[in-house]
Ligand binder design. Structure first.
Ligand code: KIV
Length: 278
């Protein structure tokens, strides 16, 4: 591991990764993972993850809520500050939570300015398609990099009737394609495509200039994102088809803590090597 500070991933870097592969520049898919705290963010950054997304999924995976609606702007800033402190190379994107951007473009700008100033994040993400285009344009014109998010948008859980795949019929697929076009035209640098069929995600990726990052949208996107706790398998109750567990985290954490508890109860921890005698 080198001690030199790595060069930060920027939006132009990500756009170059999207451009059609050539002999000189083979396709490099973009890697994004959610992060909510300093320690994990530091590990993810050391792994060369391109984007650390401080998602409002923290309402569910950190705070244990049923959905993301109760997350506040202060919650987001608190977690994003810890992530940005750790990220030396990765670009840090912070979600604007429900209620922090929908009312008016000015309200969104006020929230985005707080996020960028107080947390050190590099961009904000907002959920919604064409209805958010004016807001995206307003923020981008004022120097705020904006990431769009369409398809299964968790902040609309009640309107969708649950966390359901979107774009499965022709009408809904056409609306999503149009949403992506409009966000692209409004200046969104990246568009997250969540919970939509693979052919639609591929079509959107080929249509827009924005970089697409998929979750539950198949392999045809410019990059992929997963919720960190899902890829680590920390909650075995949650196993949707689009998640791949790269370790059995829940089992491993329990094994480690049970070993600690066992040694404490037997009196074998702390051992002499963990103990200062004088
Ligand atoms: O909140 C979140 O973690 C997200 C990703 C799952 C895309 O928005």
């Amino acid at each position: 591991m080198t001690t030199e500070r790595p060069v930060r991933v920027t939006i132009p870097d990500l756009r170059r990764m999207k451009s059609p592969p050539s002999a000189a520049h083979p396709q490099q898919r973009i890697v994004a993972v959610t992060a909510y705290d300093y320690t994990f963010a530091r590990l993810l950054d050391q792994c060369g993850v391109d984007i650390l997304l401080v998602g409002d999924s923290l309402g569910m995976v950190i705070h244990g809520a049923d959905n993301t609606l109760a997350v506040t702007l202060d919650d987001m800033i608190y977690h994003a500050r810890a992530v940005a402190r750790a990220a030396q190379r990765a670009m840090v994107i912070c979600d604007l939570p429900f209620g922090a951007f929908q009312c008016h473009p000015e309200a969104a700008l006020t929230s985005a300015i707080r996020v960028l100033k107080e947390s050190g994040s590099h961009a904000v993400k907002i959920e919604g398609g064409r209805i958010m285009a004016e807001t995206v344009r307003f923020l981008v014109a004022r120097g705020v990099p904006v990431i769009g998010h369409i398809g299964l948008t968790p902040q609309s859980v009640h309107a969708m009737g649950g966390f359901r795949m979107q774009g499965r019929d022709q009408a809904s697929a056409s609306r999503l394609l149009e949403d992506a076009r409009v966000l692209d035209e409004a200046g969104a640098s990246i568009i997250v495509l969540e919970g939509i069929p693979m052919p639609l995600a591929q079509q959107i990726t080929q249509t827009v200039q924005a970089v697409t990052i998929g979750i539950g949208a198949g392999p045809g996107c410019d990059g992929q994102v997963l919720v960190l706790y899902d890829l680590l398998g920390l909650d075995e109750r949650f196993q949707p088809r689009f998640v791949k567990r790269y370790m059995d985290g829940a089992h491993q954490v329990r094994q480690a803590v049970m070993a600690f508890a066992d040694e404490v109860r037997k009196g074998t921890f702390p051992a002499p090597e963990h103990t200062v005698m004088e």
